[in-house]
Design a binder for this molecule. Structure first.
Ligand code: TXA
Ligand code: MG
Length: 312
């Protein structure tokens, strides 16, 4: 398949046309690029799984065009509404009881569904123009590094999907925070740009295994092909080792990527996947990732590094 990219303005109409015809398109969001299809069409969702080589046991996130869809697809509690009011549109995904209108393939047969509303202007234009919810997992092959630029989508899925809407680099650069909204508590399933500190203002927060099998919760994920280790004080021990440096770059590594020269965690998150991808393409034997301070969004960055470092 010949994959096209297009500049945002013109591309929005193209994306909507393909979605209306039951196809899939890659769209920018404020977190990472997503591979979108009609969430209410099992066939379109099947095409998403196929393009990504994603196992059908891994449920999809549904992106809503507007808040009224929350009650149409889920049974939202007052806590869910409060979170939506504070963080939507934005990088928070809520796992809630699903309504019967959500196809089984979206939820992998579970009785919950993950929903969010993207703040990216191009994504919003497409989902509003389409007028229905869009299922959109990250636009990478299963288990690989999420794409934070249109070129990354091209290298992951080029030839497998008809169209990539180029919205430039993603602002946050790591995937949305996923929270399972319980009666009076919040279970963080994946850390992200909305931090635990922010969530704690709404309800007690705990971490724990998803009551559901959530492969974003798998030990190994977001992984480069090159082996990766995390070190508090990185030292190069071989000629073909690369460094993913947090702020200051120790010497001696063949290739160095610095996440934030000024030590800004948000900037580091935005640079993370692009830097990992470049190191992965540099033909190295090993990537050494410097440990990141775990406050704020730093916890979400470390979660990604730990998954990238885990045994496959
Ligand atoms: O920022 C994001 O969330 C991006 C953009 C494109 O929206 N999307 C994204 O989707 O990261 P994906 O599919 O790559 O990751 C979603 C994670 C998966 O690990 C999936 O297992 C989990 O959400 N998930 C989906 N539905 C779930 C559910 N009902 N219960 C628990 N986990 C769920
Ligand atoms: Mg993903």
């Amino acid at each position: 398949m010949n994959t096209r990219t297009d500049r945002a303005e013109r591309g929005i109409a193209t994306a909507i046309e393909i979605l209306q015809a039951g196809g899939v398109v890659a769209l920018p969001t404020e977190t990472v690029y997503g591979l979108a299809g009609d969430a209410l069409s099992s066939d379109a969702c099947a095409a998403i799984f196929e393009a990504k080589d994603r196992p059908l046991s891994d449920p999809l996130i549904v992106h809503l065009p507007s808040l009224d869809w929350l009650s149409r697809l889920t049974a939202p509690s007052p806590l869910a509404f409060a979170l939506a009011e504070k963080f939507w549109p934005g990088p928070l995904t809520m796992v809630l009881q699903r309504s019967p209108s959500v196809p089984e393939i979206v939820t992998a047969g579970q009785d919950t569904v993950a929903v969010r509303m993207s703040a990216h202007p191009a994504f919003r234009s497409v989902v509003k123009g389409f007028g229905k919810p869009l299922a959109a997992p990250s636009a990478n092959r299963f288990g690989r590094i999420s794409p934070t630029a249109a070129e990354h989508v091209m290298s992951e899925l080029g030839g497998r999907i008809p169209f990539i809407l180029d919205g430039g680099p993603c602002r946050h650069g790591i995937e949305s925070t996923i929270v399972h909204v319980l009666e009076e508590r919040l279970q963080i399933l994946r850390q992200g740009p909305v931090t635990e500190e922010q969530l704690r203002e709404f309800a007690p927060v705990f971490h724990g295994p998803a009551g559901v099998a959530a492969p974003g919760g798998l030990k190994s994920h977001y992984a480069p092909r090159t082996p990766l280790v995390i070190a508090d004080r990185p030292i190069s021990r071989g000629p073909r080792e690369g460094l993913l440096a947090w702020s200051n770059a120790p010497e001696g590594f063949a290739v160095v990527e610095r996440l934030s020269i000024s030590g800004d965690l948000r900037e580091a998150a935005a640079n993370l996947y692009g830097a990992m991808r470049r190191l992965d393409e540099a033909g190295l034997d090993l990537i050494v990732a410097e440990a990141i301070p775990q406050n704020g969004i730093g916890a979400a960055i470390m979660e990604r590094l730990q998954k990238a470092a885990a045994e496959k």
